[in-house]
Write a protein that binds this ligand. Sequence first.
Ligand code: ATR
Length: 277
Amino acid sequence: MKTSTDHYQVVGNPIAHSLSPQIHQQFAAQTQQALHYDKQLVELGGFAAAMDAFIQQGGKGVNITVPFKQDAWQYADQRSKRAERAGALNTLKVNADGSTFGDNTDGLGLVRDLIQNQHIALKGQRILLLGAGGAVRGVLQPLLEQQPALLHIANRTAAKAEALALDFADLGKLHGSGFAELENLEPFDLIINGTAASLSGELPPLPEHSLITKGSAYDMMYSQTPTAFVQWALQHGAAKAVDGLGMLVEQAAEAFLLWRGVRPDSLAVMKTLRPES
Ligand code: ATR
């Protein structure tokens, strides 16, 4: 069924919790654009078929979340430079001829929220990044561009963290390991949780002393109540522990710019989603 209003959606599994439709509808109202944005739950292994059908029905663009970011990278006909390097993408634009252009706006969204909105420094800092999936791949290059003293990736499956560190070693000081090895390392100034653990209310197995006193913690997932990781950080002396709502809105603003040619006011939307921010 083709509709006259441009159609966009976010796909993932799970997807019920996604605030992306709300955010993009607000961007559309702000910039006086007419568009329809909804969410689609896609079965594992079903990404390409879901995209083919969406494009067949006249869909104009898609945001991609857990666990399809690497599938989306495979699917795209062309990719931006940053998406090419990431090996994962969160945004697809459908061209007039039905071909797709893939981008990854996650890293820019994360760095913008950390530095501009949360005032968390990155340059010269010791940063620990948890996870080694598509979400983490997308933020490595933009984080390393901020010149941290060290970026350490820890993952439940150690081999994936080690492989990722090797893959991006040309961009900065980068190491990878399992969680157990963190016992032997100095505490970090900032810990970023890029695992999917928060989605199921779980906490990555962090050693007690991983964060310096008055350090910062950032969960790339977001939730109406503090995530297990945010709670852990606050209980372990963090001066600041925030979830990824700001990253979500910032990456969405960049996707909207790619699709519609205009950058919306992300801060205004953030204030409606979480009035105290
Ligand atoms: P995404 O696109 O969000 O990165 P993904 O590619 O499926 O999704 O990756 C999920 C990441 O979260 C992985 O790093 C995974 O660890 P493994 O590589 O060992 O599977 C991590 N993860 C998921 N649940 C977790 C949990 N309960 N504790 C720790 N790490 C978890």
